[in-house]
Design a protein around this ligand. Structure first.
Ligand SMILES: [Zn+2]
Length: 409
């Protein structure tokens, strides 16, 4: 590469970086004048004006009504164009595939939920995902050509370089070529990531997290996972495996298998599935519990939590034990990463006061030194929809990075 080409490339990269900086400033602060953008971004007013014009051309910014100023010319603020384009977020769960079509202001336009049938072969499930995407897109409410991209949140170890789900014990998948499949079935750019990491991204993009540099989102649902944010960036680890908190070994009675086949994973002690299974095992020898009224095939973690809330001793014991394992493991995360916050998401975290009142004291008791460790334990900002918001955040971040182009016509 000659020097001129290298210089041109680096100039282009610098312009893209500055343009993204301007776009992010406006997205974050709503309406802003060019002067205010210049102050916040540290770029000259001439550069800001040029980049703003270019972003208006790209239909990512729009000009608002001019605001009168005490002296001089009226200021014409610009704002993020939330209305003209669309994105799709998909939560690919083992029970349901949930999808939502929104505009760039993340206002929902259409929602779809179908049963996953995760026991069927991977292609069957992926075809269902593609169908949900196409059904969301085919609506007379919007122009489908104006959909910019799709985000998918899925459980498992994801290799973002190859676009492959390398291993997902929840689905019993190995080496599923998710990117290739979606590229051949869906006419939009598709992004995907591990569901817990997606939830963490959702929190730092739309939720409780934007003020934090370091946070961990712990997803406690049917399984357990974590999304780790260090210095405002998602942490992936060498193989994209970082955050497999549910497979952290803990020592216990080994009565229940983890989805990965091992018996000492945190998931086998504290997940929604483990709570249900552990209650079933205990019910075999205890006949007095109110949980005996529920057929074993139907018993789930929600029943156990509800019975614990009503004071059923067996249910209380099972739930307290599970929260003991979870709380100690979360204290371990605090000791290792020293984040500003742990955000708890997933079905089990939606159990109300009983969840927080049982879990928080265990965390406090087991953290290295709670007097010198300042941390917040917070609920997810979009209960029930953490994964969907995470999937939407994946696409929105690509738009703000200017990695995705807008189709204007
Ligand atoms: Zn495991």
């Amino acid at each position: 590469m000659n020097r001129n080409t290298a210089e041109k490339l680096s100039n282009a990269a610098q312009t893209k970086h500055n343009k993204s900086l301007v776009l992010r400033s406006v997205w974050k602060h709503n309406a802003m004048s060019r002067l205010e953008i210049s102050r916040i971004s540290g770029l000259s007013t001439a550069t800001v004006s040029r980049l703003v014009d270019s972003l208006i051309q790209d239909e990512l910014l729009v000009e608002s009504q001019p605001k009168a100023t005490p002296k001089g010319r009226p200021m014409k603020p610009v704002r993020f164009n939330g209305k003209g384009h669309y994105l799709i977020g998909i939560d690919l769960g083992t029970t349901y595939i949930r999808g939502v079509l929104t505009n760039l202001a993340i206002e929902p336009i259409k929602e779809i939920e179908v049963v996953t049938e995760s026991g069927k072969d991977p292609e069957y499930v992926l075809k269902k995902v593609a169908q949900v995407i196409m059904n969301l897109a085919n609506t007379n409410l919007i122009d489908p050509k104006k959909i910019i991209g799709v985000g998918i949140a899925v459980a498992g170890i994801i290799n973002l370089n190859t676009g492959i789900v390398e291993y997902s014990p929840a689905f019993n998948w190995r080496n599923i070529e998710l990117r290739e499949f979606m590229n051949s079935h869906v006419p939009y750019p598709v992004y995907f990531d591990n569901v817990s990491r997606a939830m963490a991204l959702g929190e730092i993009t739309f939720g409780n997290g934007p003020g934090f540099d370091d946070l961990i989102c712990v997803n406690v649902g049917y399984g357990i996972g974590a999304g780790i944010v260090i210095g405002k960036k998602l942490f992936y680890g060498t193989d994209g495996m970082a955050g497999e908190f549910g497979h952290m070994p803990v020592r216990g009675d080994e009565q229940v298998f983890c989805t990965c086949g091992k018996k000492n994973c945190l998931t086998a002690y504290a997940s929604g599935d483990a709570i249900a299974q552990r209650a079933k095992i205990r019910l075999l020898t205890h006949t007095t519990s109110i949980l005996n009224e529920i057929p074993a095939g139907e018993l789930n973690a929600k029943h156990v939590v509800e019975a614990a809330r009503q004071g059923d001793p067996l249910a209380k014991e099972v739930f307290t034990e599970a929260m003991g394992y979870l709380g100690r493991a979360i204290a371990g995360l605090l000791n290792i990463f020293n984040p500003q916050a742990i955000i708890l998401a997933g079905g089990v975290s939606l159990s109300g006061n009983i969840f927080w009142d049982t879990l928080k004291p265990v965390i406090e008791e087991n953290v290295f030194d709670h007097r010198s460790t300042k941390y917040s334990i917070l609920p997810s900002s979009h209960p029930n929809q953490s994964a969907i918001y995470g999937a939407l955040a994946m696409v929105l971040q690509e738009i703000l990075n200017l990695s995705l182009t807008i189709r204007k016509h």
